[in-house]
Design a protein around this ligand. Structure first.
Ligand SMILES: [Zn+2]
Length: 528
């Protein structure tokens, strides 16, 4: 350690380093944006410069900053600019909020709302355009469900988008119609794009301000790295501007979207973007393929029919083009992400990765399957065998949601939902995320609480859940040499918690707060 010096010292902590060689420590020394030592108080104190800032952690649990490995960060940020419908369940409540928002934004050509929960209506019935017309008739209105799988348009919005009884959609997309064959205003999955593409984007400065606000929210939750699921040129330009204007206090790795219409030219362009964005603050890491929807919306591709409605979902890709595009991305050095929620989609993804293994012989591909909400027992061991990481969303197994999903798949198959522990035991890498804003919470501690308190055999230990939200996240984006563990040479991204998750009653985990977040060697958040 000769010559090392530190202008920021953290001492008297219970430091969980995520580093198997040195799992626990008392103190951390930071120089600029790097960790220069992790060890005991005395050794670390010796590195302090004369004017070093010394923070007494007072025995609190200190961890590598959280890494949210699958988030729709821009969507989350832009929802801050929309009418917020969270908690509004009855038609009357929704109407009132939309009308008030419309009145407060008289110059907005479109009224756009988010965070709607279609499943919370008191009568469990999907609403229709007439109910939105009652709030606003003369301007188009479009409401997105919190999970992003369902949209709700008023009559004006359907008109502007040209959606009629003759509109034809494919794959998982659906335009719901009434008994007379007219669109009801409810659009599922890709059909929402028919309306969305008509909505003028918010001005640049409002979008940057929203990203800054979302980044501050992340800091207050201890998140110092995110991996953005889905992205394109516009995503990269917006993030680049926000980064240049110092509005982001987290590291962003982006998996670019591969549309089901992709050709080799599309992939060439993604590879150009990968070359362009490659530093530890903003980088392109991979390419995301979306095979299906999700179990809650009954849009997942399933091996068995739904227990509570007809059908078993459809895929957005056919196996051959999917396999070919996977192989093309992989040979260009783009990490492969596949969104697959249903067990039939998961199997198709595993088959695709098996194909790529044979075709390319890439040495360390770190294939990913996003969500894997339900996995057939015979496919479980294929994750480890093919080197596929299971990128899971722990809050998906929140007890209320788990009941709802259990009804969708039926009692026999509900034991196959979110097989975290089995996958981990089989040797697959488990990586955690929020899927925010398509899920109920952006908060990693909420996810960790769900994982550790889950009833039944898939419950995880605190250590496993933390690893999935820190160390494995860094591994997932090929940045494990830079972050995810607290050790000498790593980037100084650190979070301090109000309680020691390892020795409290697991039921208290959800009440834990982030006391401090350090990003890139700077204290960016202190709880007031
Ligand atoms: Zn997602």
């Amino acid at each position: 350690m000769a010559g090392a010096q530190a202008e920021l010292i953290l001492k008297n902590g219970r430091v969980w380093t995520g580093d198997p060689q040195n799992p626990w420590a008392e103190a951390i020394a930071i120089h600029h944006n790097r960790i220069v030592a992790v060890g005991n108080n005395t050794d670390v104190a010796a590195l302090a410069t004369s004017d070093a800032r010394v923070i007494d952690l007072a025995g609190r649990l200190t961890l590598p900053g959280f890494n949210d490995a699958h988030v729709h960060f821009i969507t989350g940020a832009l929802r801050l600019l929309q009418a917020d419908l969270s908690g509004a369940c009855s038609a009357t409540d929704i109407e009132k909020r939309v009308r008030e928002y419309g009145a407060a934004h008289p110059r907005d050509a479109w009224i756009v709302g988010g965070n709607w929960d279609p499943s919370c209506a008191p009568d469990h019935r999907l609403p229709d355009r007439g109910e939105l017309d009652a709030a606003i008739k003369d301007r188009p209105v479009f409401i997105s469900s919190a999970d992003g799988h369902t949209g709700w348009a008023n009559t004006k919005a359907l008109q502007v988008a040209g959606i009629t009884r003759l509109t034809h959609v494919e794959g998982t997309s659906r335009v719901l119609t009434d008994s007379a064959g007219e669109p009801t205003g409810i659009l599922k999955e890709g059909a929402q794009a028919l309306v969305r593409r008509m909505i003028p984007p918010a001005p640049h400065d409002r979008r940057i301000a929203a990203l800054e606000q979302e980044s501050k929210l992340a800091a207050s939750l201890g998140i110092t790295s995110i991996q953005n699921a889905g992205g394109d040129d516009e995503t990269m330009l917006l993030l680049e501007d926000a980064e240049r204007e110092h509005k982001l206090s987290l590291r962003v790795a982006v998996a670019l979207s591969v549309p089901s219409t992709a050709t080799s030219d599309t992939i060439d362009h993604l590879l150009e973007l990968k070359q362009l964005y490659r530093d530890s603050h903003l980088r392109v890491s991979g390419a995301e393929f979306v095979l299906d929807g999700n179990v809650a919306a009954h849009t997942a591709a399933m091996l068995e029919p739904w227990a509570d409605e007809r059908g078993s979902g459809t895929e957005d890709w056919a196996p051959e083009p999917y396999n070919e595009m996977l192989a093309l991305c992989d040979s260009g050095g783009l990490q492969l992400w596949t969104h697959a929620a249903g067990d039939r989609a998961v199997r198709m993804a595993l088959d695709g990765y098996e194909y790529v293994r044979r075709a390319n012989e890439t040495r360390d591909p770190r294939f990913r399957i996003e969500h894997a909400e339900i996995v057939a027992p015979t496919d479980l061991q294929r994750f480890a065998r093919l080197g596929v990481m299971a990128s899971m969303v722990p809050v998906h197994a929140d007890p209320t949601l788990l009941d709802e999903l259990g009804r969708a798949v039926g009692p026999q198959r509900s034991a196959l939902l979110f097989p975290w522990h089995t996958l981990e035991q089989d040797g697959a890498r488990l990586v955690f995320s929020s899927d925010w804003p398509a899920s109920m919470s952006f908060d990693p501690l909420r996810g960790i609480a769900v994982a550790v308190n889950r009833a039944g055999p898939q419950r995880l230990t605190v250590e496993s859940a933390l690893r999935a939200y820190t160390t494995s996240g860094a591994w997932a984006s090929f940045e494990d040499h830079l972050k995810g563990r607290l050790r000498r040479g790593m980037l100084a991204d650190v979070v301090v918690l109000s309680q020691n998750l390892f020795n409290i009653d697991p039921r208290q985990i959800a009440a834990t707060k982030v006391d401090m977040t350090i990003f890139d060697g700077q204290v960016i958040y202190i709880r007031q």
